[in-house]
Design a protein around this ligand. Sequence first.
Ligand code: FES
Length: 645
Amino acid sequence: EQDALVVFTPSGRRGRFPVGTPLLQAARALGVDIDSVCGGRGLCGRCQVTVCEGEFSKHGISSRADSLSPVAENEQAYIRRRGELKPGRRLSCSSQLQGNCVIDVPPESQVHRQIVRKRAEVFDIELDPMIRLYYVEVQQPDMHLPTSDLRRLKEALDFEWRLENLWSDIRVVQEIQAALRTGDWKVTAAIYDDQRIIAVWPGFQSRIYGMAVDVGSTTIAAHLCNLQSGEVVASAGRMNPQIRYGEDLMSRVSYVMMNPGGNEDMTREVRQAINDLALDLATEAGIALTEIIEATFVGNPIMHHLLLGVNPIELGGAPFALATGDSVSGLQATELDLFIHPNARVYVLPCIAGHVGADTAAIILSETPYLTEELTLLVDVGTNAEIVLGNRERVLACSSPTGPAFEGAQISCGQRAANGAIERVRIDPDTLEPRFKVIGSDLWSNEPGFDAVVQKTGVTGICGSGIIEVMAELYLAGIITQDGIIDGSLAARSERIVADGRTWSYVLDQSDDRTLSITQNDVRAIQLAKAALYAGIRLLMDKLGVDSVERIGLAGAFGSHIDVKYAMVLGMIPDCPLENVKSVGNAASTGARIALLNKKARLEIEDQVQQVEKIETAVEPRFQEHFINAMAIPHKTDGFPHLRG
Ligand code: FES
């Protein structure tokens, strides 16, 4: 009998096998993990490999396409159902060794090694989901061997996949008999954590999905991921309907205080919004809601409690006790009134403290400061700023009450980011004349064609990133002083500076029916917000005994839109080399996605959250002192050497 030498790349494992050995079997014998859902029946296509052609001196053997048996019936059937394989690809379960060959196992066929790129391409997520699919052929019942259908399913799973001691959901028991008979004794089972059968489908089922949801107080954002490939197949966002109970978190808690039972309304509404989002995602991806079999959630403590149906009233005042900060694992979707697969499992990331929620835990999971050498500052600005500072030695977290000024609230002409909102501003230090850009247009306001472009929306107000820029530019042009006073003496030089009662305003834009100005109160509101943010950061720096940080990540929508230079000019963030200050995108959402796709990541963040040192700004005497010093622009005492030049 002839032998053939086979080398698998990238592992480099090699061995000799009799001609005719199925490739998948050779791989298993050499400990090369090749994925499979269907158990080698040519149904799932997960076991694809590439026959490397040409000379391979490194491996000392040559390889040809015909080193494997001709395309088998199974493969042809697979191609008929699912379309052509990529060039050079074969199903390893259906091809046998014919001669020496080098076989490449592509990343998507490697068990637990599939790497999913984050959208921002910052790092990779390893795919190792909590729920996996297994296809089995189950023995038919026999009068002489009386065993139940469930027992025989478990035996098949044990025999083919070595899944022992499985439990099953009651709904699986309710559905198993129909599934087995419809599927002609072939079924696909979804197994949660290698322990529990949570669903069975007749025949071969290759699609399951999970959704990762970031429940923000303003918007709820969700991604739908294919749990077999990790790929994001749809993304959607909706306003949080709780907004009508109050814009910010504390007003929602006050609503509950004034209206007993109001929390139940808010729970119902947020769950309904999540159901609507799930439907948006399923429609966009062209799948059934019942194909969504898992969901992970992140959110600040109040959103977290309301989602879980917990009254958030204790979070409305000191000592801000959480009902639970632990992760919530293995909940069934129906327990949260979610209309995805009824046995779908829900995982909610842990909260860090009464003010610092599962959204911050998700940011930590996404940015992993606990693995870095360099001292990393992570800031998520919303109504509260959540702040994380640390490296592999220690990680600290706190929340600072910035209020909603950075989001455009409390600013006379502030608005949410939308077409027509000013997002970029420059002020000429000689003439004090402004120019700006609005969302939806690439032109500056002083460029020809600007009026035509914005004709439809008009210039409607100023959004968060625009507010930061205008304040910084006003300061750089000398229109506001270090103490944040609009300098009225400049009124003699520019018509832009106008009296406004006993203070002064700067007119940014004027049309027949409205004037957009920055008032003294606006400047004050931003000063208070940025002082609170900086003081929180400074407090954590004190605790660590450091004067500067090495890397800053700005999370959330705000972080992705502001120009970091201006954030530093205003003294919102401490000094740091500008090239090390980056937007980290919606890191909370990414964290939810990591937890969805990788079960070890759940343990990792649960462990990290235990170790994070929680700082309560309200009880720290130095917070007030830092706050007062940070009212000045950029700061009363701290320097910003990296801004020079
Ligand atoms: Fe499923 Fe080969 S293992 S197609």
